[in-house]
Design a protein around this ligand. Structure first.
Ligand SMILES: C[S@@+](CC[C@H](N)C(=O)[O-])C[C@H]1O[C@@H](n2cnc3c(N)ncnc32)[C@H](O)[C@@H]1O
Length: 239
């Protein structure tokens, strides 16, 4: 179910070695969007929220995440910002008793993979279909009518191994399953494996994803990934 405990101690090191571009992610969140409250689903160690709060100091910001050790790093990072609240929640059953103008997830829980001209498909950190349905329903309850959902875009998945900033080797291996894939993550220092983590992902075709999101009132904003090659999210409007 998307638990990042094993990776948490190395997560910032790996991500800030160029895996994600946090400045560009926040460029897209702020582009054309007017919101006074925002919710990040799967905020991890808070790297996006740190960039966001510095550029939008007056917005009410909430981050939720399943993995306590990821959230504890986020808490240390973000404690000086009084307009951020963090909460340990599994999206399949979360309730913040609040609605937000904007909800987004980047690499956390649900995201889209776009591979060239092929149709996008949706990837979920939650392997079970019924749990995905429940998560999407709970998510929808947290977005204001007239609000927006943004789900991140990633490139195609493949096996690779590559050095990070301190010379350690980060690698990942993908194995297909009936409804998705299993991804094994490793960090190695020479011959020594420092971290390994396995996540079972579920995938949905684009049509299935639009149905799932449409069933709770999210309508795809059709031009949201074609406007410019550097866009980081697909966008959905909430009825
Ligand atoms: C790849 S990290 C992304 C973190 C952050 N968004 C970033 O860009 O650095 C994925 C995060 O999603 C969280 N996650 C996975 N499944 C979840 C669930 N069911 N509910 C809440 N969070 C979940 C994990 O704990 C992890 O911190």
């Amino acid at each position: 179910m998307g638990d990042y405990t094993n990776m948490s101690g190395y997560y910032d090191l790996i991500m800030t070695s160029g895996y994600y571009d946090y400045e560009k992610i926040v460029d897209h969140i702020l582009d054309d969007n007017d919101f006074s409250s925002v919710l990040e689903i799967g905020c991890g160690t808070g790297l996006i929220l740190e960039e966001l709060v510095q550029r939008s100091p007056n917005v009410q910001i909430t981050g939720v995440d399943l993995t306590p050790s990821m959230l504890s790093i986020a808490t240390n990072r973000l404690q000086k910002f009084s307009n951020i609240s963090l909460s340990q929640q599994n999206v399949t059953q979360f309730d913040m008793q609040k609605q937000y103008d904007l909800a987004f997830s980047y690499g956390g829980v649900w995201y889209f993979v776009i591979d060239g001209e092929n149709e996008p498909f949706m990837v979920s950190h939650i392997a079970d279909h019924a749990a995905n349905v429940s998560g999407i329903q709970h998510l929808a309850r947290h977005v204001n009518s007239g609000g927006k959902l943004m789900l991140g875009i990633q490139g195609p998945h493949h096996d690779y191994a590559s050095p990070i900033s301190n010379g350690m080797i980060y690698s990942q291996k993908i194995k297909p399953t009936d409804h998705g894939f299993i991804k094994d993550y490793y960090l190695a220092d020479g011959d020594k494996v420092l971290m390994s983590q396995t996540i079972h992902y579920r995938t949905y075709s684009f049509a299935e994803a639009l149905d799932l999101l449409g069933s709770v009132g999210f309508t795809y904003q059709a031009d949201s990934h074609r406007m410019n090659g550097s866009r980081k999210f697909l966008e959905f409007n909430k009825a």
